[in-house]
Design a binder for this molecule. Structure first.
Ligand code: GAP
Length: 448
């Protein structure tokens, strides 16, 4: 799949600059110099990320009758992470430079002879394990008895609640449990903007299946469902790949695994992992807790630990993918023959933070302003709208940069004959349509 040599037409510097300028993503606590691996979503970024989550939730939960919703606490009993294997094995190997005090992931270094930052030979320590879970303490005492972790994945909340959920929801395998929520990992080298963060969000589906020999089929059907989801939201097919893990690349208990990868400006990066995890997770909690998390089938009177198929996607990475994938620059020529570059985010209409921009031709003409505001208020319950006013060229440029699919311009003709200009983001073509037809016209193009 590597052979097609697809390319991205944007740099991360362009993405971070646009994200800040237009209010998508800011460095966390910027006024204090920031804090590595933490980011804040601005007014448009918060909507973009919500739209990504809604798109996932709609497909995985709302459109299916075999998946139920869930929302677990971030802090769980610390034994959870003993059973899951995170206490013993969720670590990276790191080395320190004794000279410049910088710290590196051992697997990121070409050799361990010389510090890549200060160049000192023999200054690196032996690699040692660094657990990636963020610690906190619960209650008034900060001793070891109060130690707790901020969850490094949302999945464990589902596993420990398996029985509560299937009994209360009256579900029987095959069925799934879906959850979107924050996870925390004390990454040694956060970076590439919001790609590797220390606080991030995951959208996880845990799908439980019986031992009827169809588990690999179900696994494959989830891989296909996820392919369709990315395609439905317009991710460029030559920048997306589904990499099937080789047996030596999978955990020992996993029977199959696929990484969903996107071609970012720095190369391929993982967006999601889809895995056949056997009965490993429930078995581990049954063993440590001593509680019965098996499924009891009333019909056959059989008890069993269901097989798990997991799809675990990163919300921030998917949001970043939407930004990178939508980014485009094209040469445009104005009426005076002057060439310039137009930056445009070609978001899918369902993902775009603003779907319709509405402006008066001149901000100092009350009848145009009132009419534009009236139209905006009428459309607001149905679409994500934004009223704005100012220089027409600048208004269009701004809406292009935030990826608004349609802009409406109220002019004197609108007052005279109740028609309005609709400008299309992608083609920059303009249609003149009746104001009375607007809602239907937009609905047809924005809500498919
Ligand atoms: N429950 C399985 C699990 O957590 P994972 O491959 O470790 O699997 C799933 O994580 C997804 O979570 C990744 O594909 C990625 O999108 C996201 N993710 C993991 N670590 C992340 C980080 N440090 N920053 C942003 N997203 C991350």
């Amino acid at each position: 799949m590597d052979t097609a040599a697809p390319t991205t037409n944007v740099t991360m510097d362009e993405i971070t600059a646009l994200a800040k300028r237009r209010g998508f993503i800011f460095q966390s606590s910027e006024i204090y110099g920031g804090i590595g691996g933490f980011f804040d979503y601005g007014p448009l970024g918060a909507i973009l990320k919500r739209n990504v989550k809604d798109a996932w939730w709609h497909e995985i939960v709302e459109l299916r009758d075999d998946v139920v919703a869930f929302d677990a606490a971030i802090v769980m009993h610390p034994d959870t992470w003993v059973a899951s294997g995170h206490v013993a094995a969720f670590h990276d190997k790191l080395v320190d430079c004794r000279h410049c005090k910088h710290r590196f992931r051992a697997d990121h270094l070409k050799n361990l002879e010389k510090c890549p930052d200060c160049g000192m030979m023999g200054s690196l320590t032996e690699p040692r394990n660094f657990n990636l879970m963020l610690k906190t303490s619960v209650g008034p005492m900060e001793d070891s008895a109060a130690l707790a972790y901020l969850r490094p994945e949302t999945a464990q909340g589902i596993f420990v609640n398996f029985k509560n959920i299937y009994q209360s929801a009256r579900k029987k395998p095959p069925f799934g449990i879906a959850q979107i929520g924050k996870s925390f990992r004390n990454e040694i080298t956060p970076g590439n903007f919001t790609y590797r963060m220390r606080e991030f969000e995951q959208a996880e589906l845990e799908y439980f299946v019986p031992h009827d020999g169809k588990d690999m089929e179900v696994y494959q059907s989830w891989v296909e469902a996820r392919k369709k989801w990315y395609s439905d939201y317009g991710i460029k097919p030559d920048r997306l790949r589904f990499y099937e893990l080789k047996p030596e690349e999978r955990p020992h208990y996993a029977l199959a695994g696929t990484d969903v990868e996107y071609l970012f400006p720095w190369g391929w990066g993982e967006l999601e992992s889809i895995a056949h995890r056997g009965t490993y997770d429930l078995d581990a909690h049954i063993k440590l807790s001593g509680k019965d998390l098996t499924f009891f089938d009333e019909a056959t009177k059989q008890k069993y630990v269901p097989i798990l198929i997991e799809s675990s996607a990163g919300v921030d990475r998917t949001t970043l993918t939407m930004l990178v994938d939508a980014f485009d620059k094209e040469k445009v020529v104005d009426e005076n023959g002057k060439e310039s570059l137009r930056t445009v985010l070609r978001f899918h209409p369902k993902i775009a933070p603003v779907q319709v921009g509405i402006f008066p031709l001149a901000r100092n003409k009350p009848e145009l302003v009132e009419k534009a505001q009236l139209i905006e208020r009428g459309l607001r319950p149905h679409f994500r709208t934004q009223y704005d006013e100012g220089n027409v060229g600048q208004l269009y440029r701004r809406q292009d940069e935030i990826g608004t699919p349609f802009c409406l311009m109220v002019d004197y003709q609108t007052i005279a004959d109740q028609t309005i200009t609709v400008r299309h983001r992608d083609s920059m073509k303009q249609d003149r349509i009746a104001v009375a037809q607007l809602a239907a016209y937009l609905a047809e193009r924005l809500t498919y």
